[in-house]
Design a protein around this ligand. Sequence first.
Ligand SMILES: C[S@@+](CC[C@H](N)C(=O)[O-])C[C@H]1O[C@@H](n2cnc3c(N)ncnc32)[C@H](O)[C@@H]1O
Length: 235
Amino acid sequence: MDRDVSASHELRSFGRRRGRKLSPRQETLLGQLLPRISLDVTRPAAPDQLGADDTPLWLEIGFGGAEHLIWQAEHNPAVRIIGCEPFEEGVVKALAQIESNGLGNIRLYTDDARDVLRWLPPACLERCFILFPDPWPKKRHVKRRLVSAATLALVARALKPGGDLRIGTDIGDYARTILIAAAATPQLEWQARSAHDWRIRPDDWPETRYEAKAVREGRQRYFLIFRRTSPHGNG
Ligand SMILES: C[S@@+](CC[C@H](N)C(=O)[O-])C[C@H]1O[C@@H](n2cnc3c(N)ncnc32)[C@H](O)[C@@H]1O
């Protein structure tokens, strides 16, 4: 199937793709393991890539060093988790742990997660995670921030009714933007009932590298959980 999943008007929301030179082992992981577990969004979104229809499907966008992705895959072996990350060092970290821990329930996409959101069938995800998205702090870069009403509309379409979107950030101004974008997305309902709910990270949400840095540097973290509410139409 020839299908254009990228949207040319979207600004790039991630920084560099390559960092340090890879070791021979990392090169091997990229050359041999990655092709076996990569999503191919030019082919149909069918069970050979997404798992059987009754397999719960989760998506993590921007998994960075893969701490959360690997933890979730280990603790939820019946779930299939798609991890998206364009930064090569993050991808090889995930691959190294997938191999050493023998994890068979992860699929990777090494480019913009919005391609995957557009490619997925409607109402297929039980959970979606966007943990500490790049803050793009300079005023002229704010428009690159990944979480916007447009991105949340893509997430809402892909989530099952009752499915959750979890977003973490350590930037107060970004938390506000996220809440405004969610308020403009009628299918998503913020689940917080008291300040405790957004200040305290749930037990089944392990700390990531970026969160640890925020803690060290004394920044408040915001743990925002949204639920997909109304029934779907045709997607
Ligand atoms: C600030 S880091 C946080 C990484 C990790 N989630 C954590 O909490 O440690 C944000 C990550 O999101 C990735 N990213 C940014 N835009 C993305 C996109 N459109 N699709 C997939 N990943 C993206 C970046 O490459 C980066 O690794």
